[in-house]
Design a protein around this ligand. Sequence first.
Ligand code: ARG
Length: 479
Amino acid sequence: MSDASPTAPDAPGPDPAAPAGGQAMWGGRFQARPDALMQAINVSIGFDRRLAGEDLAGSRAHAAMLRKQGVITSEDEAAIQGGLDQVAAELASGAFPFREEFEDIHMNVEARLRELIGPAAGRLHTARSRNDQVALDFRLWVREACDRTGTQIQALMRALLARAEPHAATLMPGFTHLQPAQPVTFGHHLMAYLEMFGRDAGRFADARRRMNESPLGAAALAGSPFPIDRQATASALGFDAPMANSLDAVSARDFALEALAAGSICAIHLSRLAEEIVIWMTPQFGFVRLTDAFTTGSSIMPQKRNPDAAELVRAKAGRLLGAFTQLAVVMKGLPLAYSKDMQEDKLPVFEAFDALELSLAAMAGMVGDLEPDVERMAAAAGAGFSTATDLADWLVRQLGMAFRDAHHVTGAAVRRAEALGCDLAGLPLAELQALEPRVTADVYGVLTPQASAASRMSYGGTAPEQVRAQVARWKEILR
Ligand code: ARG
């Protein structure tokens, strides 16, 4: 950014690429250059340079359409396309000059084009405004971001699947209130996240479908008097159709909000898995180990192995939610059509997707890296009287007791086991019969965590057989 203090000298001297009058591109009616502060608050090239590729794609499609419609000559179009090739080469090599005096990416590209090919460059902006140009560029960028994110989510899902399959029968405690509840399998637990991420991918795909209409040709806000072909530019840029209302086309940003909403929900899911990894990594739980690849040490405590990557994934959800709020507040209450407020739409979206993509990659890495401690998990699966529900269910099924009565008897059994310092499976039969005389030795068949998990055969339940069925289903989907 240039020096924005009020005492700074006026903006840079006349630039050769600017139209007559030494003014900015829009400066025909202006007599003086903007105040340095005006430039400082107006400039967006520092962040919208990320739209350079999209801007070129839009300009190519627009120029080709103008020529086909007879609005510009073939010579002018050839000059423009050749110049855009050079701009693309400069962007690729890093030689492209991004200049603050040209405010944003659109005028930077056009100014450079003018330097490279001369006056023909001035015909590119026929029947176009920066309003539909930026709406197009941003939409293309968000569409691409949704596609990238979708691919990354799938990679994470494959990583989860690869972990879940061999652990379809690995016991661990299932929790409610983070208190031991009922035994589940590690594979089942991981597959729960697979379901969440599957819905996240679906949300991005839905958002993409809705956003896939082209705003190009809406011009400033009202459409164009030139015989443009909006269908042609739309299909050249991979859109399903042109947007049907020019006012909506230049002022809609719900596509970005929707992408941020999908991103926020995905980041929330990532943060939940991250939190579980943090908990599982504690010596108190000791359920999983992460290798040196995804942990860090402490500068003072030599024994430490910290799950920093998981903690940072957990925290980065804040960026996504913040970005959604930021853009929602920018858009709230804006009248139609374009307002400069909307220039503030890009930064939160760029930053949000940077954070999300990094989080997804780091999580896929951690899932691939983490190694469960199968014995410790199995031991924990049986702790905390986790098969109490199985005892109550046995009383209902075998003795025809009402569930409420069975619940009561089981509660008494837990109290007795606690007093004797054993688990439910360790309670002598006489103890159980003292509570309910009809209990037989058969009951011990349901009191182990294995039996408990294996019995939960209802669709979507934790029985290894059910987990394997879901693994197979997802394998097919992700193939
Ligand atoms: N840099 C602007 C933006 O990001 C481009 C559109 C400017 N349009 C205008 N009428 N000033 O929104």
